[in-house]
Design a binder for this molecule. Structure first.
Ligand SMILES: *Cc1c(COP(=O)(O)O)cnc(C)c1O
Length: 382
């Protein structure tokens, strides 16, 4: 087929493994870890990232991200670490956005010195702050937008323009937006990374990662990835394929609910601040409008100082506390207690992360039920 398929058709059909023997309606799972080396076009092995289920699911992910190729990993961090190490060598330098996923931050600060790779964190997500850090040996600009946990927005077009002028590669962590709400290649970003544990998996039951980009870039990632061995098992590849069939339906509904919840929270006098790119009050709302198709289903809010964030979450009955995010079920987390617990208070405040901050992953439940849950939780604190 050469006509571009619609998004739901892509989610359901692209990269299906055809069941030619029994004509089942869904992809069979090929569990083999052992494939013939003789008389075949491709030598297949799980850690070569090319078993039938792996190879075919990459086509769906590439189609969703509108790239030539993709690779699937056993976690988001396997995708991030393999990709960064594929493009960086001793003496290279990378400019990293200040507010990023905690695991990515830890990977950089605890591993890069061992490899002799230099890094600088920006002072904010503004383009000027990236430009000021670019050096002769800078190889990568690494961004995350919307970012964790304050939903900051980085201008993808501005970043990719600067990078191209300086012959630097751009990488984005596109986990929060998912390809439903944001297609980074449309703004010139080279490499797109996902924790597929989040929206792509979507049901809080699989750990996976993905990287998408040009054939050439993905081949370079593959060359390092086969050495690091972060491949995903075929059972989980199959579950991820099943999850991706409903990606658009899920994320659309969650995004719609998040807008409703953000507006509700903004109007609630017990809440001091709401961070959601879909609100006009968001400082980068105009950039978000330019580069996002929907504003996503993650938001954050600050409770009044006299309300305890942990007690508030314990009082919620429907909305669960969770270290993770992006499931069908709504969840909250205190960044201070979890994702940013390793930072000092000073480092946290520098990043705008206060004790009362709650990150809210909005699910598919009806917003009126979520609102009722929040109201009763606040009430029982007073
Ligand atoms: C969860 C997450 C990751 C890491 O993914 P894992 O699957 O846990 O390894 C990376 N980036 C973002 C934005 C995430 O939310």
């Amino acid at each position: 087929m050469n006509k571009k398929l619609g998004i739901n058709t892509t989610c359901v059909h692209t990269g299906e493994v055809k069941d030619t023997q029994f004509k089942g309606a869904i992809s069979p799972i090929f569990m083999a870890t052992s494939y013939a080396f003789d008389g075949v076009d491709v030598k297949r092995y799980p850690r070569y990232y090319n078993t039938p289920n792996q190879e075919m699911l990459c086509k769906k992910i590439a189609a969703l991200e509108q790239t030539e190729d993709a690779l699937i990993f056993s976690s988001g961090m396997a995708a991030i670490s393999s990709t960064m190490l594929a493009f960086l060598k001793r003496g290279d330098h990378v400019v990293v956005q200040q507010v990023i996923y905690g695991g990515t931050y830890n990977f950089i600060v605890s591993e890069f010195d061992k490899y002799g790779i230099e890094y600088s964190f920006t002072a904010s997500d503004k383009v000027e702050d990236f430009i000021s850090l670019i050096k002769e040996n800078t190889k990568i600009l690494y961004i995350e937008t919307p970012s964790n946990p304050l939903l900051g927005i980085t201008d993808m077009q501005a970043i990719s323009t600067i990078a191209k002028q300086n012959n630097i590669l751009t990488m984005i962590d596109n986990t929060f937006a998912s390809p439903i709400n944001q297609i980074p290649t449309n703004f010139g970003i080279d490499i797109i990374i996902h924790s597929a544990t989040k929206y792509m998996g979507g049901h809080s039951d699989i750990s996976a990662g993905a990287v998408a980009g040009s054939k050439e870039h993905i081949e370079q990632v593959w060359n390092t990835a086969i050495n690091l061995g972060g491949n995903l098992s075929d059972q989980t590849v199959w579950l991820l394929e099943r999850s991706l069939k409903t990606l658009n339906l899920r994320v659309k509904e969650q995004t719609k609910n998040a807008q409703i919840m953000a507006e509700y929270l903004e109007g609630n006098s017990n809440i001091d601040a709401v961070y959601y790119p879909g609100l006009k009050s968001h400082p980068q709302h105009e950039i978000a409008k330019k580069q996002m198709k929907g504003f996503g289903a993650m938001l954050a809010f600050e409770l009044n100082e006299n309300l305890d964030a942990m007690d508030f979450q314990r009082n919620l009955k429907l909305i669960k506390s969770s270290m993770s995010l992006a499931g069908l079920e709504s969840t909250t987390v205190s960044p201070v207690q979890t994702t940013h617990a390793l930072l000092s208070e000073e480092e946290r405040l520098e990043r705008g992360i206060k004790d009362g901050l709650i990150r809210f992953s909005v699910g598919i439940e009806e917003p009126e039920d979520l609102i009722a849950d929040i109201e009763q939780a606040i009430k029982s604190l007073q």
